[in-house]
Design a protein around this ligand. Structure first.
Ligand code: HEC
Length: 129
């Protein structure tokens, strides 16, 4: 019986060591995927015209799970993409990027619309921790 406690103690020690190594760089709390999905489905830009453009194009992929697209308001999914810089993201939208179709299937979108739509989708939502 005694022996069986040791591996657990060892693991606990490892966990403590890992936490101390991580130091102050505490990762942000993981969000519940169901909450992220529900929010993405409900999100739309406040501006009426932009909202219409969004709902007729980007939302088909960026509003639903399983499309491979980073969900609107999904902070964790957008963090590495935001790190590329806005210019690079806009380039991906205009030229296409892997599963992302060129133009995002928005035929009425102009350059300013794309910029506003990318900002809207990639912005961390206010209710996220
Ligand atoms: C047919 C589905 C689809 C539509 C419609 C769509 N996207 Fe995407 N989008 C994707 C997928 C899939 C990815 C992820 C590509 C990857 O990283 O493999 C993506 C990625 C992106 C990225 C990140 C690109 C990068 O460099 O990391 C941006 C920005 C983006 N989409 C903006 C938009 C905008 C704005 C619209 C609407 C005008 C739109 N998308 C419409 C599927 C779509």
């Amino acid at each position: 019986m005694r022996l069986s406690h040791r591996p657990r103690l060892f693991l606990a020690t490892l966990a403590v060591a890992a936490f101390s190594l991580a130091g102050c760089s505490k990762p942000p709390a993981e969000e519940d995927p169901a909450a992220v999905a529900a929010r993405a489905l409900a999100l739309a830009p406040k501006d009426a015209r932009l909202s219409e453009l969004y709902q007729h194009s980007c939302r088909a992929c960026h509003g639903v799970t399983g499309s491979g697209a980073p969900l609107a308001g999904d902070r964790a999914a957008w963090a590495p993409r935001r790190a590329k810089g806005e210019a690079q993201l806009l380039k991906s939208v205009v030229e296409g990027y892997r599963g992302m179709p060129a133009g995002g299937q928005c035929f009425a979108c102009g350059p300013e619309d794309y910029k506003a739509l990318v900002r809207f989708m990639s912005a961390p939502p206010k209710d996220a921790k």
